[in-house]
Design a protein around this ligand. Structure first.
Ligand SMILES: Cc1cc2nc3c(=O)[nH]c(=O)nc-3n(C[C@H](O)[C@H](O)[C@H](O)COP(=O)(O)O)c2cc1C
Length: 175
């Protein structure tokens, strides 16, 4: 049995939903999983876990600065254990931008870090226009219009390939 830490950064809860799926798969494999918001990371000691997974969504081109801060502060701990990182963004709905090697946000993020995660994934996120404030909704609708995505103001579209999430969950069991 491994003691696994899954850290996440989310704005609208979709990355958390992905983490909950990863958690369920790892618990079914008889591991102990702690799911922790990066906002509350001070409450835990990453050194006490056997494996560490970090997941974060993209908002206006960037992951939350908390993600980079945690990684920089804990690089040695991360490197001493099996580890993984995944990014959630809607650009990844495009097949040609859906892998760690081809997703521009993940690539840019990794270039800024000295940490090389041992395992990587990219998941397409969710669009939920009714839940956004006016400005965010208009901005995302405009970006979607430019990139041939859904623009209807009531549209709710989950682009996540949940089979891919399952595969990543199983990879965490084995890593
Ligand atoms: C205000 C806002 C800005 C976003 N900016 C981007 C972006 O720049 N690039 C992108 O690919 N996706 C962008 N997204 C899509 C999110 O990454 C996607 O909705 C994801 O599922 C959000 O995950 P979360 O709920 O865990 O924060 C944006 C979404 C919102 C609401």
């Amino acid at each position: 049995m491994a003691n696994i830490l899954i850290l996440y950064s989310t704005t609208d809860g979709h990355t958390l939903e992905i983490c909950q799926k990863l958690m369920a798969i790892n618990e079914q494999a008889h591991n102990q999983v702690s799911l922790v918001d990066l906002k509350e990371v001070e409450k835990i000691d990453p050194r006490t876990f056997d494996k560490i997974v970090i997941g974060a969504s993209i908002r206006y081109g960037k992951h939350c600065p908390r993600v980079t801060e945690f990684i920089k502060r804990n690089q040695k701990v991360l490197e001493s254990k099996p580890n993984a990182f995944f990014s959630v963004n809607v650009v990844a709905r495009k097949p040609e931008k859906s892998t760690p090697e081809t997703n521009p946000y993940l690539q840019k993020f990794l270039r800024k870090l000295a940490w090389h995660p041992k395992n990587l994934a990219v998941f397409a996120g969710k669009i939920d226009y009714p839940s956004y404030g006016f400005l965010d909704r208009q901005m995302i609708r405009f970006i979607m219009w430019m990139t041939h995505g859904p623009t209807h103001r009531e549209a709710v579209v989950d682009f996540t390939d949940w089979n891919k999430v399952d595969d990543f969950g199983r990879l965490i069991v084995k890593m």
